[in-house]
Design a protein around this ligand. Structure first.
Ligand code: ASP
Length: 315
């Protein structure tokens, strides 16, 4: 069996590319890296890689992580700047015994020294969106942190190995040095090839409070299906957070187990893409349902058309 699942509609082209590898018995790690690179390279996705939105000071700081579900090896970068594919740097770091999570200048310098491609990652379009937001925030005292998403991927290959990865430019208008959940093991991602894996998108500050990716893997390990594990972890924690912290930010989790079964749960409208040996690559849309369940439907052409228009709309 092979399978791959990823957060948001933006991951779909990456899923198509990764599928081509998985059918040829390439590794789950290659599939995760390939899928995420596609998203990082596409200029119209404004929360990941090239074209991502910058921090408050206009600097595009990116976070990424990679985890090998066979060995538990993890590599991560946070606040890396002007490197074309942060996910590839994270994957390389996962092979290091020490110093495998690098932040800021240390992460960027490591990538440069290792010969990773350097690129000016802030596009003119992203800069314009940032300039507009700076003005709006000054004028109207808006909440500046709207507009963020992460590509999170979990893959299973024909040899039963699993891998997970994430990449994100984090919150738009974040403070310099702010790091979200995406590069944090257990929060943004987690995978154990003997159980399954999970990955997250949403408000990092809240996702970290629940270590939701780890929690989902733990639940799958104690017998829950991926869907039940996602429902239990996401809705359970969302409720707990509302009670104890006062509110819960938006968050959405995806999961796949070692059999290639998958699940998602979300407290907002959420799209994702999934492919397995038995199901063609498909984009779905999910909503929170009644009694801690998730309503999942195939995406409509109208939704896709409106999305395409929205991401390419003039600034
Ligand atoms: N989780 C990301 C962060 O907090 C953002 C997102 O996925 O929406 O950095």
């Amino acid at each position: 069996m092979w399978g791959i699942i990823a957060t948001w509609r933006m991951a779909h082209e990456g899923i198509l590319a990764a599928k081509e590898l998985l059918v040829k018995e390439r590794s789950a790690g290659d599939a995760v890296e390939t899928a995420i690179k596609c998203v990082e390279d596409y200029p119209y996705y404004k929360s990941v890689g090239y074209g991502g939105l910058p921090n408050e000071e206009g600097v595009l700081e990116m976070d990424a992580a990679f985890m090998d579900g066979d060995t538990f090896a993890i590599g991560a970068v946070a606040g890396i700047v002007d490197i074309k594919n942060p996910i590839s740097v994270a994957r390389k770091l996962s092979k290091e015994k020490f110093n495998s999570f690098r932040v800021g200048a240390g992460a960027t310098r490591y990538a440069q020294a290792e010969g990773f491609e350097q690129k000016e990652m802030l596009t003119e379009r992203a800069k314009k969106i940032w300039e507009k937001r700076v003005e709006e925030v000054a004028k109207h005292q808006l909440d500046p942190y709207d507009g963020h998403d992460t590509v999170g991927v979990v893959a299973l290959d024909e040899l039963s190995s699993m891998a997970a990865g994430t990449s994100s430019s984090g919150l738009f208008m974040k403070k310099s040095g702010r790091v979200g959940d995406s590069p944090l093991s257990g929060s943004g991602f987690y995978v154990d090839s003997e159980i399954g894996g999970a990955a997250a998108t949403g408000l990092g500050e809240d996702l970290m409070k629940g270590c939701l990716s780890y929690e989902i893997v733990r639940l799958m390990g104690s017998g829950y299906s991926p869907q039940d594990a996602c429902d239990q972890a996401v809705y359970g924690f969302s409720e707990k957070l509302k009670k104890r912290y006062g509110k819960a930010g938006a968050f959405s989790l995806i999961a796949m187990n070692k059999e290639g079964q998958w699940g998602v749960a979300t407290n907002v409208e959420f799209t994702f893409s999934v492919a397995t040996k038995e199901t063609e690559p498909t984009i779905f849309i999910a909503h929170p349902g009644e009694n801690q369940t998730t309503v999942i439907e195939p995406i409509t052409q109208e939704w896709l058309d409106a999305y395409e228009k929205r991401i390419k709309a003039p600034i």
